[in-house]
Structure formats: C-alpha cells, structure tokens
Design a protein around this ligand. Structure first.
Ligand code: NAD
Length: 363
C-alpha cells in the first residue's frame, strides 16, 4: 500500500527544492500520494495567516510531511511558521546529520555527526514581552517585588523555560537514537555555569538519564568550548545533544563543516508526527534562479523514506547522492558547479533508479 504524505512547498527556494525531492522519491518507485499544502508569506496575504489550520490537519491525518523552508520576517509581530509547526505538532526532536561526502570541497574530512536539538522549549518557546508594553511593565514590577531583579525600562524580554520533563524526553530520544543507529557517544552542549536554572536543568537531567544507558558514552561540554572543538577536531564528535537555541546555531555550523547548507538534511520528530525539512532557510537571494542545491531536501526525503520503513529506497537515494557528488560533473554553484536545481535532481533520480536495479540484480 502506498503512503500519503503532506507536501509543504514553502517559499523562496522551497518550491524548487521540494519539487526536486519529489522527483527523486518518485524515481525510487515508492508509491506516494502527495497532499500539497501551501503555507508561508503568499498564504498570509490570501488567507490572513501563514499557517492555516488545514496544513496542521493534513499533517495530523497523514502523520508524515516533507516541507520546504518558509520565510520568517525579522522583528515583526509575525510568529515563525516553522516554530509554530513544531510546537503545534509537538515535534520535540530535531535530528540533523552532518556527514562528509565524497567529492565535496571542505576543510574537514571524516565528519560524521548528528545534532539532536530540543525543538519546543528554551528561548524559542515564544514567551516574549515587547519593550514598553503594559505586560512587560507588570512583569518588571513583579520581578522587582519577587527577587529584586531590575530590568531596564527600554528592554524587551524573551523567557527561557527548560523543564525536566521536556529535557527527559529529548535525552531518552537521543540515547534510543544512538542505540538504533549504532552510535557510540553523546555530548551535551550547555551553559549551565551561567544559566543554572535552565541549562542547569538540561545538563543535570541528561546526566541522570545517562545512567540508564551504560552502552553509550556520555559527555558534556560548555557550548562555547564545543564550538571550538567543532572548528578544530569535528571528526572526534558523534551525537551532539543540545537545547533549542544552541542546536539551531550549531547545526548550521555542522553543515558548514561538510560542505554547506545545500547538503544538510533534517527531521522534526514527535511521538505521533514527523516533518522532514532541510536545515537551510528560504534563501531569498537565489529564489527562482535555479541555483538552489536540492541535495539537503533530497537527503531529508531519504530520512523520510527510512521513517516510512522504505529502507531500500532510502539507501538508494543516499548512494545516488554520493555517486553524483563523487562523479563531480553535476553540481550546483554552491559546490563549485554550474548545474541547475533540476539537473541535479534528475541526475540523482536516475542514479537512484540504477542503485535500486543493482540491488535487485543477481548477487
Ligand atoms: P538561508 O539558509 O535561507 O540562506 C543562507 C545562505 O545560504 C544564503 O546565501 C543562501 O543563498 C544560501 N543557501 C541556503 N540554502 C541553499 C541551497 N539549498 N542551495 C544553495 N545555497 C543555499 O538563511 P537566511 O538567509 O538566514 O534565511 C532566509 C529566510 O529563511 C529567513 O526568513 C529565515 O527565517 C528562514 N528560515 C527558514 C527555515 C525553515 O523553514 N525551517 C530555516 C532557516 C531559516
């Protein structure tokens, strides 16, 4: 029986890269019915909200989605669609692998990292108070009364909640992920010396849970030290387990270690739903030009195929990406090539088909 999947093209380069991924998935022969649901800036103009209810209902019905990036205007009252989707569907775990690939120019070799990022709490929880607002005035007065804290009257405030229960589930997820994927070590990144009651909760909850997983090495590092470690010897690290904000920042850094955002896939997972999307954003600077590298979205689709237990197809897509990159002729401008998004997608689709034929062939 085929799979019904919500496809959210997104905006900017989103429609181009999701179309490319769709082409590759279809080339594997896996039967998919795509339930296309638009969200983002154009939808905001038409429907008054960038994330209409129908999009959430579609993911709830189909349980799996492939999503392109969606633009978030900076500094407006407009809540990020990406953050809202993760919170509404309780997609608490973000999984972002960074793997050195053959033929990709990079300062580093042998990188094989996975960032596991808590996706619902921390400074991204959306608890914000605008400078000068009545709500913030009341909050300032209350903080002064409760504990003598003084916040400048021209400050804006974002609250950073990190709970034991929210941390426990991402820690368990990370250890189970390590076991399922034969990974050896988890490093927690934090700043618990400064933020004792938020990062402190993350660190101590992770440490307490780690005792139940003696087969996986557990380590912790302050996030600034971790950034240095990533820049100097990334090949020594395995899984990075991070609260929301550090996870966002370091997953872009990890993408940079293996050839850039055009190659970095991701998954947002909860107990019930799964949304697969590249790490990169909507790249308005190259939207509509055919310059976008579709590989990050194609590899996100491969993660989706694994999630759907289509492991043969997932393996074929990953091998096809590696072989197209290793051959070197067909690549987009970010990797030093001249090929278009569609040309790269077609080459990977064809190579996926060949990989599957080879797997089906005699011994
Ligand atoms: P970005 O990732 O869109 O772009 C950063 C740089 O990388 C740009 O120079 C861009 O051209 C390049 N780039 C990104 N993806 C590429 C690809 N596939 N191929 C080739 N080059 C690529 O980051 P940004 O400019 O900070 O963000 C743009 C918008 O995207 C913002 O509104 C931001 O909020 C949004 N965003 C959305 C998501 C998401 O939907 N999950 C994630 C990150 C950013």
């Amino acid at each position: 029986m085929g799979h019904r999947i919500t496809l959210i093209p997104g905006d900017g380069i989103g429609p181009e890269v999701t179309e490319a991924a769709r082409l590759v998935v279809e080339a594997t022969g896996v039967e998919v019915t795509w339930d296309v649901q638009h969200a983002g800036t154009a939808v905001m103009e038409r429907e008054g909200t960038p994330l209409p209810d129908r999009v959430l209902r579609s993911v709830e019905t189909n349980r799996t989605a492939l999503k392109g990036p969606i633009t978030t205007p900076v500094g407006t009252g407009f809540r990020s669609v990406n953050v809202a989707l993760r919170q509404e569907l309780d997609l608490f775990a973000s999984v972002r692998p960074a793997l050195s690939l053959p033929g990709v120019p990079s300062k580093y070799t042998g990188v094989d990292l996975v960032v596991i990022r808590e996706n619902t709490e921390d400074l991204y929880a959306g608890i914000e108070f605008e400078a000068g607002s009545g709500a913030l005035q009341r909050l300032r007065a209350e903080l002064r009364r409760l504990a003598g804290f003084d916040i400048r009257d021209d400050a804006g405030v974002t609250v950073k909640p990190i709970s034991i229960s929210g941390t426990r589930r991402i820690v368990r997820f990370a250890f189970d992920f390590a076991r399922r994927n034969g990974r050896r070590a988890i490093t927690v990144g934090h700043k618990a010396n400064i933020m004792r009651f938020s990062d402190g909760v993350f660190l101590f909850t992770a440490g307490a849970e780690a005792q139940f997983y003696e087969d996986v090495w557990f380590d912790e590092m302050q996030v600034d030290e971790l950034a240095l470690h990533l820049a100097s010897e990334p090949e020594t690290l395995d899984i990075l387990l991070l609260p929301n904000l550090y996870g966002d920042i370091l997953s872009d850094l990890c993408a940079g270690l293996v050839g850039g955002l055009g190659l970095a896939p991701g998954a947002n997972l909860g107990w019930e739903y799964a949304v697969f999307e590249p790490v990169h954003g909507s790249a308005p600077d190259i939207a509509g030009t055919g310059l976008a590298n579709p590989i990050a979205t194609i590899l996100s689709a491969a993660m989706m195929l694994d999630h759907l237990a289509e492991t043969g197809a997932a393996r074929a897509v990953r091998r096809a990406v590696a072989s197209v990159l290793a051959t070197g002729g067909t690549r987009t401008r970010d990797l030093g090539g001249t090929s278009s998004t569609v040309e790269v997608a077609k080459a990977i689709a064809e190579a996926s088909h060949e990989e599957l034929d080879r797997a089906d062939g005699p011994g």
